[in-house]
Design a binder for this molecule. Structure first.
Ligand code: NDP
Length: 339
């Protein structure tokens, strides 16, 4: 069983000292347990949060524990009636080849996927998994109406790229921000965004202003920091901010530098805005309904998803670092299975 153990909490990028790459024997399963072989591991910004001591919606990964992570895999041995051998499942597999799913552990709850699979396996941690569901829930929360302007940060990422398309389907004008001209071209020409700003451009603030001449009604916020602050300055009366993530602070979070330099918070007051955070994992009761809606849109060709697949579990740490640096597009997954 190849796996990563968290040995120390990273400062900045995750190093090989923080996350040790090891090989250990595959565990024997007991009554009430099943053995799952990971096929694809989801690479998420929240992995970086879980490695830190930041107060979060679940406790940090304990030092020396196997790194927590979502994945999709297949049951290869089972002493659990609800997880039959051969079934494909999604859940917290961890950063490892094999995991033991224990019926008594909440962290080890897995969802069995339909047979036959309605989509390729990586989709179940992407557009038909927690990222697509987050996009759906966040757009629903922001409730854009036809003609309104929706702004999406980290727009070429897993959540943002789906959120923008869902807002378009509601008749809104959608403006994104992403790192690089190629990502912007992709969002406008292939996903139908109305405009996209390259966050690396020297005059991105002016470009953002020019692209939102009628202000911003809904902010689908994935990033925080100076981009969110600039958006605050463009909010319209009654604006809604869906607070999905604050990825700009994950790599260097500490109590002194979190969300420093916000200057336009007053606009939340002046424009009578509503800002609301949400965590996808609180809405498990709606997953089936939302996956149904997203699947319909995918098969009708009105929703598109992009995936970056990186081959080899041994590249997971590096892939997370690259993703946080904005080097990938769409949903990033690591292909774990080697044959
Ligand atoms: P991705 O890894 O697909 O996208 C992250 C992107 O953020 C990067 O590619 C980069 O894109 C951008 N980024 C990174 N650092 C910065 C920075 N300093 N300033 C501006 N942009 C930056 O992530 P996801 O789409 O999976 O997640 C997006 C957000 O949603 C995250 O904040 C995540 O934590 C959150 N999330 C929240 C959930 C919830 O339940 N609330 C569930 C799932 C995700 P680029 O260079 O193109 O700008």
């Amino acid at each position: 069983n190849r796996l990563y153990r968290l040995r120390s909490r990273p400062e900045g990028e995750v190093t090989a000292d923080n996350l040790e790459w090891l090989e250990e024997p595959v565990a024997e399963i007991l009554d009430g347990q099943a053995l799952i072989r990971t096929h694809y591991l989801s690479v998420d910004p929240t992995n970086r949060v879980w490695m830190s001591a930041m107060r979060s919606y679940i406790p940090p990964v304990e030092l020396n524990a196997v790194m927590r992570g979502a994945g999709v895999g297949q049951v290869v041995a089972s002493r659990r009636d609800d997880l039959p051998v051969g079934s494909f499942v999604v859940g917290l597999t961890g950063w490892q080849d094999y995991c033991v799913a224990d019926a008594a552990s909440e962290d080890m709850s897995f969802t069995v996927l339909p047979d036959p699979l309605p989509a390729p396996l990586p989709a179940f941690v992407g557009v038909l998994g927690h990222t697509g569901i987050s996009a759906y829930l966040g757009v629903e929360l922001g409730d854009p109406r036809p003609g309104e302007t929706v702004f999406v940060s980290a727009a070429a990422g897993a959540v943002g790229s789906i959120a923008g398309q869902l807002a378009k389907r509601r008749g809104a004008r959608v403006v994104g921000i992403a790192g690089g001209a190629e990502k912007c071209r992709y969002l406008v020409e292939e996903l139908g965004f109305d405009a996209c700003i390259d966050r690396h451009a020297g005059d991105w603030q002016k470009q953002l202003d020019d692209a939102t001449p009628e202000g911003i009604d809904v902010d689908f916020e994935n990033v925080g920091g100076e981009i969110m602050d600039h958006v605050f300055g463009r909010l319209n009366i009654g604006a809604r901010i869906t607070l999905c993530g604050l990825v700009s602070e994950y790599n260097d979070y500490n109590e002194d530098n979190a969300q420093r330099g916000l200057r336009n918070v007053s606009q939340l007051l002046m424009q009578r805005a509503t800002m609301r955070g949400f965590i996808v994992f609180d809405h498990v009761d709606r997953y089936a309904e939302i996956i149904g809606q997203l699947s319909l849109a995918l098969s009708a060709g009105t929703l598109h998803s992009a995936e970056t697949v990186v081959d080899g579990l041994e590249h997971a740490r590096h892939t997370l670092n690259r993703s946080l640096a904005g080097e990938n597009r769409g949903k990033v997954v690591v292909k774990v299975i080697t044959e």
